[in-house]
Write a protein that binds this ligand. Structure first.
Ligand code: NAP
Length: 279
């Protein structure tokens, strides 16, 4: 399953829609020196500029206090020129991530981490959806994978990927099992999956013997190892699976494309073109 091509098509659509809308804007907040975070932010800005979304790139030193970040979030919430706000995680340890992510105006919360957005996802009426989870669903749609009635097994229960993708699968009528680090006999669950989503952060955790022949396997994992970039799924699983996403080139590019789509959604919410039912 080729996430690079699908993401490129989504970016083209977003570019067209952004023009029709008369533009949209995204503000990002990055605190500290985490090299991976700086790379992610660069990529998000480059992608946004590429589709005509205006960006504001706010970077603060690692020593920044929580009050300062909270004041900045308040300022961005009140700024009429900002449609979407993204606070890059992780934040340095002196800052309470929950407090900060919950302070973002839910209408501008393009990451979908605010409890209003998480709650709507739970209710089956998503407003802003975390981009990686949304990307997994778009890949399933693109390849015509039957979701209604399918046995879907998600490994991982993080707020960023595991939980939201489980809720989206449930909303589309899959029978969903969520596995995590306390799950007994993980393989017994994964072998029953028609759709298997691995969002764990353990290189090549999923091996061919854990996968039902013909299953669809979505590998969310991005693990930097001494031997290079590894997904959560052993590439040998491709011999058993019916469909599978590669790493890189699968879910990764989808995340950025759907962040751009979320920014457009925020712009539509703010212009009254889409109803934000959580407000
Ligand atoms: P996370 O917050 O660390 O969550 C990992 C989840 O996996 C937890 O729920 C954990 O269980 C579970 N887990 C850990 N070891 C396990 C095991 N041996 N068996 C079963 N479950 C296990 O990670 P995350 O943020 O969801 O990210 C997961 C992976 O996706 C990482 O590799 C990350 O880099 C990648 N990622 C990729 C993208 C992208 O754009 N492609 C975006 C986000 C994340 P507990 O809850 O019990 O601890």
């Amino acid at each position: 399953m080729n996430g690079t091509d699908l993401a490129a098509r989504i970016r083209e659509d977003v570019g067209r829609e952004a023009e029709e809308l008369g533009g949209a804007s995204l503000a990002t907040v990055l605190v500290g020196d985490d090299p991976a975070s700086h790379i992610y932010i660069e990529r998000k800005h480059e992608a946004a500029r590429g589709v005509g979304i205006e960006t504001r790139d706010i970077r603060l030193p690692a020593t920044t206090g929580e009050d300062e970040v909270m004041a900045l979030v308040d300022e961005l919430n009140a700024d009429d020129g900002v449609d979407g706000i993204l606070v890059q995680l992780p934040l340095p340890s002196q800052i309470d991530e929950v407090r900060v992510t919950h302070a973002v105006d839910p209408v501008k919360d393009v990451d979908g981490f605010h409890p209003v957005n998480a709650g709507h996802l739970y209710l089956g009426t998503p407003l802003h959806t975390p981009a990686t989870a949304w990307g997994c669903m778009e890949l399933l749609h693109e390849y015509g994978i039957g979701i209604a009635g399918a046995e879907a097994v998600v490994i991982g229960r993080s707020e960023i990927v595991g939980r939201p993708v489980s809720m989206l699968l449930l909303t589309e009528h899959a029978t969903v099992t969520i596995c995590h680090s306390r799950t007994h006999d993980l393989a017994a669950h994964t072998r029953s999956a028609d759709i298997l989503v691995a969002a764990v952060g353990r290189p090549w955790l999923v091996t061919p013997d854990m996968v039902k022949p013909g299953a669809t396997v979505i590998d969310v994992g991005i693990n930097r190892t001494e031997d290079g970039l590894r997904g959560d799924v052993d590439p040998a699983v491709a011999e058993v699976a019916g469909f599978m996403t590669p790493v890189p080139g699968g879910v990764g590019p989808m995340t950025i494309a759907l962040l751009l789509r979320s920014t457009l959604k925020a712009a539509r919410f703010r212009r009254g073109l889409l109803a934000f039912r959580g407000a």
